[in-house]
Design a protein around this ligand. Sequence first.
Ligand code: NDP
Ligand code: MG
Length: 336
Amino acid sequence: MTGRMYFEKDADLAHLAGKTVAIIGYGSQGHAQALNLRDSGIKVLVSELPGTVNFNFAKEHGFTPVSAAEAAAKGDVIQLLIPDTIQPAVYRSDVAPHLKAGKALMFSHGFNIHYRCIEAPKNVDVFMIAPKGPGHLVRSEFERGAGVPCLVAVEQNASGKALDIALAYAKGIGGTRAVVMETTFKEETETDLFGEQVCLCGGASELVKAAFTTLVEAGYQEEIAYFECLHELKLIVELLYQGGLSWMRYSVSDTAEYGDYSRGPRVITAQVKDEMRRILAEIQDGSFAREWILENQAGAPFLKRRRALGRQEKLEEVGRRVRKCMPFVKPKEPPE
Ligand code: NDP
Ligand code: MG
């Protein structure tokens, strides 16, 4: 099953001519999409919370930020780029009252539509353009004449032109200079959650931690364990990114390659794959979404507690110490 792919020739900015695009939220995605659209000649109105750092960025970049309600009232295409957990409340109070027939409601992630935290009226278009990269890359690639690949999905096509408008938007932010791939809100949301839970964040964090702890418990030096299990992962990921598993396996030593084939499957066992399928089932049946929405309604107690505990872990302590000796890493600390 392969969805359609769209390129420059498939998209026409004329579908946004005369329309105002309201970008609500001037964060990672918001600033990049707003600036790219404006550079593409599209009329953009930005909304940010007064007094915030991003409000001042928007002003420095030549926008005059307004309230979310004003942006929704004046926008023909309304792109919600505030954090996903805040979107439903802002939608209800500030956006929904201004969603007149013929307007379009947009997203860069499908969670709130797919799990029905936001239910748009039937007489508006609902679609998604989701860049497959962080905002700063969406901006820097555009500035050098290229673009970041995007996903496109249409949930409601009230105007009969939803896909055309979505592709025009993708062209405006540079997406069609790379490729725009067709998906659905369901597929984007479920694969995004699965990827971050099982592989990118949850899987990778626990893999690194378990490997580090195994070495330290066996009496090896913590700093050496840190280098072997965390630091060097960057080099491997870079190879995977450029040429997949084959290029990584070609670039590492034959000993490492042999260890990969013969030991890797003993780490990621059938039991691990069964657990991956259970995690996917919780995403598909909505139980993960329900859990996460309730967690937020309760003020995110689990998240806050785990965050605090996580920062005190041995791996983190050791990492902070080791990174101080490596200015080239440009060490970072999350805010309190
Ligand atoms: P950020 O957290 O970077 O930015 C959100 C911005 O919205 C912040 O500047 C925040 O202000 C502002 N904001 C919060 N509440 C309001 C409000 N009531 N009115 C106006 N502005 C408000 O979000 P992201 O860019 O990371 O995410 C936006 C969307 O893009 C999400 O749906 C996300 O899933 C999606 N996405 C993100 C990607 C990424 O790499 N970051 C990649 C692809 C999709 P303040 O900070 O001052 O509170
Ligand atoms: Mg993702």
